[in-house]
Write a protein that binds this ligand. Structure first.
Ligand SMILES: Nc1ncnc2c1ncn2[C@@H]1O[C@H](COP(=O)(O)OP(=O)(O)OP(=O)(O)O)[C@@H](O)[C@H]1O
Ligand SMILES: [Mg+2]
Length: 249
């Protein structure tokens, strides 16, 4: 038996309550263990798309499957355990009184023992370099500190699929480098939305380019990003890092 794709979208359409049609028929398939970037200009539909992957938004039309199973009301709790989503805005992720409580929230809900929760939360905060903030209220952190803690809340849940919406924004160069190492060491399925195309080149062999709620390109990252006309036509630029790479390397 073949393994079902980790993530599969079939003709996904989504309109917000005010009528804005953000996704207009998106179909894609991500295999288990793949690392894929979703890129595109502001308003392309990237955040709308990834919020469907853990049932935060539900398709107006079409289907989203995770591990072969369609997301529906009955499966959404299971899907949220399998797919960890780091939101673009950390304020959507952090709501407890302390950093520790936010990072412990997911594991606690899984019914782990207090010792196991402590261990998971501590390890996740250590991995993002934010353990020293464990007692601080999240809403009083700097933008980059919030981002790192939001990433820790998802790591603490040990998801099978990691979905991150602009994970490197607001991180300082050291925090960004730490994030790249962290993501590289994570060999599960990854979907990364980012305007940081240099990070994408380092982490994702495949990229999907979105514009106006449709996929305009899907293929090898270096090939897509080297296509200057394609990049410029969709609000992007050829990243500088590619100028230093051998075209076939
Ligand atoms: N809550 C909302 N209500 C109505 N329209 C929305 C809402 N959120 C987003 N949109 C619209 O949906 C479209 C897609 O937005 P989305 O946030 O998915 O873009 P994005 O690709 O993530 O952009 P960015 O790079 O700026 O984060 C845009 O036209 C946006 O104005
Ligand atoms: Mg977005």
């Amino acid at each position: 038996m073949t393994t079902p794709p980790s993530i599969e979208l079939r003709d996904l359409c989504f309109a917000y309550p005010d009528g804005t049609r953000a996704l207009r028929g998106v179909s894609l398939s991500v295999a288990q263990g793949e690392s894929v970037a979703i890129v595109g200009g502001n308003g392309a539909g990237k955040s709308t798309l990834v919020q469907h992957l853990n049932g935060y938004l539900m398709a107006t039309q079409g289907e989203v499957r995770v591990g072969g199973k369609p997301i529906a009301r009955e499966t959404v709790a299971q899907v949220r355990r399998a797919v960890g989503l780091v939101f673009q805005d950390p304020d959507d992720q952090l709501f407890m009184a302390s950093v520790f409580d936010d990072v412990a929230f997911g594991p606690l809900n899984f019914g782990l023992s207090p010792e196991a929760v402590e261990k998971r939360a501590t390890a996740a905060l250590e991995r993002v370099g934010m353990l020293h903030l464990r007692e601080r209220p999240p809403h009083k952190l700097s933008a980059g500190e919030k981002r790192a803690v939001a990433i820790a809340t998802v790591l603490a849940m040990s998801p099978e699929v990691l979905v991150m919406d602009e994970p490197s924004s607001n991180l300082d160069p050291c925090g960004r480098r730490r994030l790249i190492h962290l993501l590289r060491s994570f060999d599960h399925t990854k979907l990364i939305v980012s305007h940081d195309l240099e990070l994408v080149v380092e982490l994702c062999p495949r990229s999907i380019l979105l514009d106006g709620g449709v996929i305009v390109a899907d293929g090898p990252t270096v090939e897509l990003f080297s296509n200057e006309a394609l990049m410029l036509a969709h609000g992007l630029e050829r990243p500088h890092i590619l100028r230093h790479l051998h075209p076939h390397g």
